[in-house]
Design a protein around this ligand. Structure first.
Ligand code: MN
Length: 228
């Protein structure tokens, strides 16, 4: 069928060492997956079931690395996260089979309008305006599993203007990658092209216009973003 308006182009993430792109279908995010971050946000770090929210594929900041400071906020926070890219999906995926679904890994930033999130939390309202805004998810190139395997530990870090703000280790995740995929697949039918932002270590804080944000997961990828 022809379309009444132009089709939206697919969002493609670059793949390390490759000329082909990774087409993104959905963007899932895990909340409070590092105990130290749960504590800094005023929550109990006990192992409650993971919870999820979403960003839109076209919220990804892919091509250029300039992050325009968003409107209607004065408190945008950085959250560095390991990103998982799926080549396979399904529903009710057992933990033991979950890693078979992974194509590769990247590092990303879950930029958050913290002031709007705080208002939403207080009012019991959704987080969409706090999380799923334009350019809110810069993501690095994807590094295939065949190149690096499945990272289970390693530094995850973020600097603002060269100053270390966030630092943790992947082994501090409350819910590990296979568990995250399995739990997510009990709520949603996953599919090739889905990506998952797996939560942030402690040290989240504000950025302002002119800041240069660098971040990485050692052994996976690094990323640099300028706040406009
Ligand atoms: Mn996050």
């Amino acid at each position: 069928m022809q379309t009444i308006i132009p089709l939206s182009p697919p969002v493609l993430l670059p793949i390390a060492g490759s000329l082909v792109g990774f087409p993104v279908r959905r963007v899932y995010c895990v909340g409070r997956n590092y105990a130290a971050h749960a504590i800094e946000m005023g929550h109990d770090p006990d192992r409650e079931p993971p919870f999820f929210f979403q960003k839109n594929p076209d919220n990804l900041l892919v091509a250029d690395r300039a992050f325009p400071y968003p409107p209607r906020t004065t408190d945008v926070h950085h959250e560095v996260e390991l990103v998982v890219a799926l080549k396979r999906g399904g529903a009710d995926i057992p933990v033991e089979q979950a890693l078979d679904c992974v194509y590769g890994y990247a590092v990303g930033i879950d930029f958050t309008r913290r002031d709007l999130q705080a208002e939403a939390k207080k009012a019991g309202k959704p987080w969409a305006a706090a999380k799923a805004f334009e350019h809110s998810a810069p993501v690095s190139e994807i590094v295939p599993v065949e190149a690096i395997g499945h990272p289970v530990n390693g530094n995850i870090w973020l600097k603002v203007n060269g100053e270390l703000r966030q630092h943790g280790d992947l082994d501090q995740m409350i819910w590990k990658i296979p568990e995250v995929i399995s739990e997510l697949s009990r709520l949603f039918t996953l599919a090739p092209g889905d990506i998952i932002m797996t939560g942030t270590p402690s040290g989240v804080g504000p950025v302002v216009r002119g800041d240069t944000v660098t971040c990485g997961v050692d052994g996976v990828a690094a990323l640099a973003v300028t706040v406009l």
